[in-house]
Design a protein around this ligand. Structure first.
Ligand code: ADP
Ligand code: MG
Length: 281
């Protein structure tokens, strides 16, 4: 099996003079190269702490994080780890620096010492990959939230990472902006073969993932396909997470005596399931 990232019994604790707070508790995890994983969990469950462990921004208190065969603890290879795993954060305004879109996207590869001709090529490719090429001469602050976040993603893509880790990249966006980001991530994953790890608290963003991981209090409490995880309605509710509205509806119908398949998340499948349950009645 080809894993881009492996966590082996990873614990992470924040320590100050008075207290020790363990935010990630003995997590072991393997992320397959080319996969699309969504990580869900309510506030404080340890998602951001975990995200920063994935590219060496956080070093494990115990255990090891291995990125493409490299241990993130090794100081000599820190840059190698950061090149392989790019991070995108919540607020696009904090991630854009230059006053012209294409200059902003060039910033990362310039810092890596890439030759100018190749930078030009990478910037154009990255902007095309996120659907922002036509805005290359624009000023970032005149773009919408979704467009800004796509430029931020392009800036990371221009450094040719193997894996993108996005920590709630849609949290500050409107529904249109959120949809743009999800569409972009699906494209990068399927067409550019980039491994995607998306942290979010919007359930519906997990629909297209290969895998969904649920975190609670520093631990992984569920891990599987979107269907298998979301169908566990009881467990999700126990940890204070909403379930997709479609799943919720089917679950309620089933509890009210309908013979209905609840192993479903998309709207189309839900319509069909309700139709056949009604026909049966
Ligand atoms: P999430 O991203 O899921 O909201 P975090 O990883 O940010 O969760 O936080 C997990 C836990 O660690 C929380 O209880 C939080 O209060 C604590 N925590 C996060 N950052 C720090 C920090 N810098 N110092 C101390 N505790 C922290
Ligand atoms: Mg967070």
């Amino acid at each position: 099996m080809d894993n881009i990232i492996e966590l082996k019994n990873v614990t992470y604790s924040y320590t100050d003079e008075e207290s020790v707070h363990t935010a990630v508790k003995n997590i072991s995890l393997e992320i397959k190269r080319g996969s699309f994983t969504v990580i869900l969990g309510h506030n404080g469950s340890g998602k951001s702490t975990l995200a920063k462990l994935l590219n060496g921004l956080n070093k494990p208190t115990e255990g090891d994080v291995i990125v493409d065969g490299i241990n993130t603890k090794n100081e000599d290879t820190e840059i190698e780890v950061k090149r392989r795993v790019g991070m995108v954060f919540q607020n696009p305004d904090n991630q854009l620096i230059a006053s012209i879109v294409e200059e902003d996207v060039a910033f990362g590869p310039e810092n890596l010492g890439i030759a100018p001709a190749e930078i030009r090529e990478r910037v154009d490719d990255a902007l095309k990959a996120v659907g922002m090429y036509e805005f290359r001469k624009s000023t970032p602050h005149r773009l919408s939230g979704g467009q800004k976040q796509r430029v931020a993603i392009a800036g990371i893509i221009a450094m040719t990472p193997e894996c993108l880790v996005l920590d709630e990249p849609t949290a500050m966006l409107d529904p249109k902006g959120r949809a743009e980001i999800i569409e972009t991530l699906i494209h990068l994953n399927r067409e550019k073969m980039i491994t995607v790890i998306l942290i979010t608290h919007y359930m519906e963003e997990a629909e297209n993932a290969d895998r969904v991981i649920i975190m609670n209090d520093g631990e992984i409490i569920d891990d599987g396909t979107p269907k298998s995880v979301f169908c566990n309605v009881k467990k999700l509710k126990e940890v204070g997470l909403d379930v997709p509205q479609t799943t919720e509806l089917l679950y309620a119908l089933k509890q009210n005596g309908f013979n209905i398949d609840t192993n479903i998340i998309s709207i189309d499948e839900t319509v069909n399931a309700i139709k056949s349950a009604l026909e049966e009645k």
